[in-house]
Write a protein that binds this ligand. Structure first.
Ligand code: CTP
Length: 401
């Protein structure tokens, strides 16, 4: 996996710098070409001699060394590489990176970098927890920098422990390997726009009350993430959920069914639509402008009107995506009910699941589904929601081919 990969390591000035020597060895063992820049303070912890002996390459450190600049130069150094690993990344180095400060060869090279960057933080737990460091790390993450660690454990300072330690060398090597594995995965949905709805909708009764359902958004979010991993450009339109945003997708947050429909229409055109949201079929007929008071006497009546059917609107609409997948949440007669929805909603596939409380599907991590299409019914074994997502993406790739 790492054979021939050019990795530039920036070693910062932290006590954990010695652990990076082991990282260099392990990366070299796996066939990577490793070049190293030492920061000025990095040199206080490991010597250019040791690092050079391990990497088998000249070690760089000084921005103003005329021979170094002529040999290779900081621009080439940071361009001519597949990955830049910053380890240990001290609080100071992270702060400089986050602010675009180029005050020595290491930071100038990071600023000039075209290659992806992985940062492995290492510092005292109080420095890591400090709002300034957290702000800087969040800024780097927003800039597309990835992180390995920091890990939790004992600190160099006697009696101190917490989150801030450099990850173990083999964890760093594994992180580097999975970075390349992910990057080299085939991207069969590259150039496709995939629309996914996920989560519940909530329908207000008054300014403080609403009705909703038990959808967690786990299945829809897993599908959006899998589509993004397959290279698609993904728009995820989600009702309120309490799970993290999937990586690499555009999220549109909505609350009501009508907002979800509007967001879906605004996101068109799309090649594929996967409607995994549990849309409320009805909404309260009137939304009270003020909180409904508990007046003496009878509880207030609630009456409902029907919400638009998003899947059917799209499935029978003018801008219908080439491929449309709906879900069917059923508690009885799963297959028969799903078959009706296939035709009624103009979908190519209906993924039917049993959401009766004993199935544990709503809110759970696993799903047992039947996949219905014009070709018939396929019953999949009980799988994790991530695996259901992967299989669906494979089906989509196959159908689009
Ligand atoms: N759906 C939708 N808009 C709605 C209701 C449902 O887009 N207003 C979509 C769901 O996202 C799902 C499919 O339609 O992909 C089926 O949802 P489900 O709740 O199972 O079916 P309903 O049409 O609501 O039928 P019923 O409540 O009678 O089972």
């Amino acid at each position: 996996m790492l054979a021939g990969k050019r990795i530039l390591i920036v070693i910062g000035g932290g006590i954990a710098a010695y652990k990076v020597l082991e990282v260099i060895r392990r990366l070299k063992e796996r066939g990577a070409e490793v070049r190293v820049i030492l920061t000025r303070s990095g040199k206080e912890f490991v010597t250019p001699m040791t690092v050079g002996a391990l990497s088998g390459e000249k070690v760089f450190s000084d921005l103003f060394d005329p021979t170094e600049e002529q040999d290779i130069g900081h621009i080439v150094l940071s361009r001519d590489t597949d990955l830049i690993l910053v380890a240990p990344a001290t609080a100071n180095l992270i702060a400089r990176m986050a602010n675009g400060i180029a005050d020595e060869l290491a930071t100038a090279s990071l600023l000039a970098a075209a290659a992806p960057i992985i940062v492995c933080p290492a510092m005292n737990q109080r420095m890591w927890a400090h709002p300034a460091t957290q702000r800087n790390a969040a800024q780097l993450a927003a800039d597309g920098v990835r992180f390995i660690g920091p890990a939790e454990g004992r600190m160099a300072e006697r009696g101190e422990a917490g989150v801030g330690r450099l990850s173990e060398p083999m964890e760093i090597v594994a992180g580097v390997e999975s970075f390349f594995a992910e990057r080299e995965q085939p991207k069969p949905l590259a150039g496709r726009h995939v629309l996914v709805t996920s989560g519940p909708t909530i329908e207000p009764i008054d300014p403080v009350r609403f009705i909703t359902n038990r959808s967690s958004g786990k299945q829809g979010h897993a599908i959006a993430a899998a589509a993004a991993r397959a290279g698609a450009c993904v728009t995820l339109i989600s009702g309120p959920v309490s799970i993290p945003d999937p990586k690499g997708v555009d999220i549109v947050r909505v609350e009501t069914a009508r907002q979800m429909l509007e967001a879906v229409m605004a996101a068109l055109p799309a090649d594929v639509a996967v409607m995994a949201a549990a849309v409320s079929d009805w909404r309260p007929a009137a939304v009270a402008q003020e909180k409904i008071k508990k007046a003496a006497g009878d509880p207030p009546p609630l009456s409902f009107i029907e919400n638009p059917d998003i899947l059917a609107t799209l499935g029978h609409g003018r801008q219908r995506p080439k491929l449309m997948i709906g879900f069917a949440a059923e508690t009885t007669d799963v297959k028969a009910n799903a078959a009706r929805k296939l035709a009624a909603k103009g979908a190519d596939y209906i993924v039917a699941n049993d959401v009766s409380p004993e199935s544990g599907v709503f809110g759970g991590d696993r799903n047992s589904v039947h996949v219905l299409s014009a070709a018939g019914v396929e019953t999949w074994p009980t799988l994790g929601k991530d695996e259901v997502a992967e299989r669906l993406i494979a089906l989509i790739v196959e159908r689009l081919r």
